[in-house]
Ligand binder design. Structure first.
Ligand code: DGT
Ligand code: CA
Ligand code: CA
Length: 572
């Protein structure tokens, strides 16, 4: 499937057009095309073969022709021409958070910078602040951004690693030699970024399985190929390790290779205290293996209940297991609806009808429609008139449906002074009001915290969306005092979102735990812009589980009626 490749190329075209200061509509056409292609659930090759490219959201004649050209020749001529005229350093600079096209072009032209290395030196030698209209702050931001890039590239976001790992697992699972197979490591623990992908298999023919693994389509380089372990680097530069064990050790090996290392160390201590030995091969009393086949057996032999992978971080789970107070973690089956979804009224691809159909198909009882408010022009925010029109359309759709409804919401901008970008009369007509920061990210922790707290004090603000604004591997969280925000949420009866988009996962797991401890309700929403993104719920659940959350902590494990009655308490 070539969706990701084509999306990357369209994004590159948009980058270059932006560097050349070309028409923003053209730039956005490529960006939107890229976003929509990446969200497709089926290979774009299929649409091309059927001749239905033009039916895809955001794909016009021009983009369709380029997709066809790429599928036929493996290249896009237009992009080749653009690349010829564009120095590589400008493209590199655009990847630095906080550097826009204008600054990149100036740095290259006025300081003759030809690589990121030279850029770093220029910033360290304070040559940038000498230029007209550049400040010391710009230099600091550039250094921070460079540091961020080098940190970010070392680990892979879960949203990239998990689909890749599942593809590898599916390919291996087809082999008759493979008995059991599981993802292990930090990916099984659902960490938001992973150092590498770990996979565990049981088989009587390890060599065959390993040879198959090292020759998968995705493989760019083989790092190791032995009789129990294979190790490769994929074309996306992600490392994957495969280990093959015998069935009698599967549980203990899965436990060992899932980690975390800190959790494993605690388990080994417990084994020793009980006169046993724990290794990846099993739990042993003297020479006798007393457990190893399943993880449940291993924990039982140590006198513990099963501990779910997401909380194996030695952050209290061992103590809770011993005391019998492990949380009963929320599961994806507990979820009854999605709380964050954009329609084609703002910057989403699907119509309200299509959203309702997709929600029913997923077995949900409701989806909350949360299009942007009027001030967010780049996302086609809704004017009051258009919102009223949308609410009427939702009523007429709901009138025709049984057992499912669209809930009326909005993702209302929190303006710089903390007021909301919508009048009270209109807020009062919504079922649920999301509030969110989309502008002026750099006001400093005190001002940002006050701004967000003031927004939560508004009686109509039901849920605070993606509270830190981070984009994993791309943009750090803005400065904000999350402890204060959580206290204010508890005091005002405002819920907080786990934005399940894998690039956000915001709240993160640590803040989830703090919020739940303070009695704050959590809503999980996928921030869907293309319908296939409704499946991002799984990342939200993983984050909630890492944050020790139970069904009771989560808003959208409730029926629509219960949900609204919880959130409406605040308005009274
Ligand atoms: P990552 O890949 O950096 O995101 O994190 P992990 O946890 O996947 O670490 P990785 O891939 O190095 O190793 C996988 C698991 O193997 C790890 O979670 C625990 C186990 N492991 C690896 N090295 C050691 C070790 O030296 N001691 C113990 N007890 N366990 C280890
Ligand atoms: Ca790993
Ligand atoms: Ca590894």
């Amino acid at each position: 499937m070539k969706n990701r490749e084509i999306a990357d190329l369209f994004n590159e075209i948009a980058d270059i057009l932006e560097l050349r200061a070309e028409n923003v509509f053209r730039v956005n056409a490529y960006r939107r095309g890229a976003q929509n292609i990446e969200g497709l659930s089926r290979p774009i090759e299929d649409s091309a073969a059927e001749g239905t490219l033009l039916d895809l959201p955001g794909i016009g004649k021009d983009l369709a022709a380029k997709i066809g050209e790429y599928l036929e020749s493996g290249e896009i001529d237009y992009l080749n021409e653009l690349r010829k005229e564009m120095p590589q350093v400008l493209l590199d600079m655009l990847r630095i958070p906080g550097i826009g096209p204008k600054t990149a072009v100036r740095l290259q032209a006025e300081l003759g910078i030809n690589s990121l290395e030279e850029l770093k030196h220029a910033a360290l030698e304070h040559r940038i602040r000498e230029l007209p209209k550049m400040k010391a702050k710009t230099e600091e931001n550039i250094l921070k951004g460079l540091e961020f890039l080098s940190r970010a590239s070392a680990r892979t976001p879960i949203g990239v690693a998990l689909p890749l790992a599942e593809r590898i697992v599916d390919a291996l699972a087809e082999l008759p030699e493979v008995q059991k197979i599981s993802i292990a490591g930090s990916l099984r623990r659902f960490r938001e970024t992973v150092g590498d992908i770990d996979i565990l298999v049981t088989s009587r023919s390890p060599e065959k399985v390993i040879a198959h693994f090292t020759h998968l389509d995705d493989v760019a380089r083989i790092l190791a190929e032995g009789s129990t372990k294979g190790s490769i680097v994929t074309k996306d530069k992600i490392q994957a390790d495969l280990r093959v064990v015998e069935a009698a050790s599967y549980g203990s090996a899965l436990n060992y290779f899932t980690g975390s290392k800190e959790h494993n160390i605690r388990l080994r201590e417990i084994a020793i205290q009980n006169g046993m030995k724990l290794s990846e091969y099993g739990v042993y009393k003297k020479e006798l293996r007393v457990a190893g086949k399943t993880e449940e057996d291993v924990y039982r032999a140590l006198g513990l209940p099963y501990i779910p992978p997401e909380i194996r971080e030695d952050s209290g789970e061992i103590e809770a297991a011993r005391a019998g107070t492990l949380p009963d973690l929320v599961e994806i089956e507990d979820i009854r609806g999605d709380l964050h979804c954009h329609s084609s009224y703002s910057d989403g691809a699907a119509t309200l009808e299509e959203i309702a159909a997709a929600g029913r198909k997923k077995g949900y009882s409701y989806i909350l429609v949360t299009d942007h408010s009027r001030s967010l022009h780049i996302a086609n925010g809704l004017s009051p008139e258009r919102l009223r029109k949308q609410l009427a359309e939702i009523d007429s759709i709901n009138a025709r449906l049984r057992g499912f409804k669209l809930l009326k919401g909005s993702e209302v901008d929190i303006l710089p002074d903390g007021s909301l970008d919508m009048d009270e009369a209109l807020l009062a007509r919504l079922d649920i009001v999301y509030v969110a920061i989309h502008s002026k990210f750099k006001m400093g922790s005190d001002a940002m915290t006050k701004r967000v707290v003031r927004a939560m004090e508004n009686p109509y603000a039901s849920v605070l969306a993606h509270p830190t604004g981070r984009l994993i591997g791309m943009r750090d969280a803005f400065e904000i005092d999350m402890q204060e925000v959580i206290r204010a949420a508890a005091r005002t009866g405002t819920a907080i979102e786990i934005n399940a988009h894998p690039a956000r996962l915001d709240l993160d797991a640590a803040n989830c735990r703090a919020a739940a401890a303070a009695g704050v309700m959590i809503g999980i929403g996928t921030d869907t812009h293309v319908l296939s993104e409704l499946d991002y719920m799984l990342y939200g659940i993983g984050t909630a589980r890492r944050g020790w959350l139970t069904k009771a902590n989560i808003l959208n494990t409730r029926s629509a009626r219960e949900l609204l009655s919880i959130l409406r308490m605040k308005r009274r």
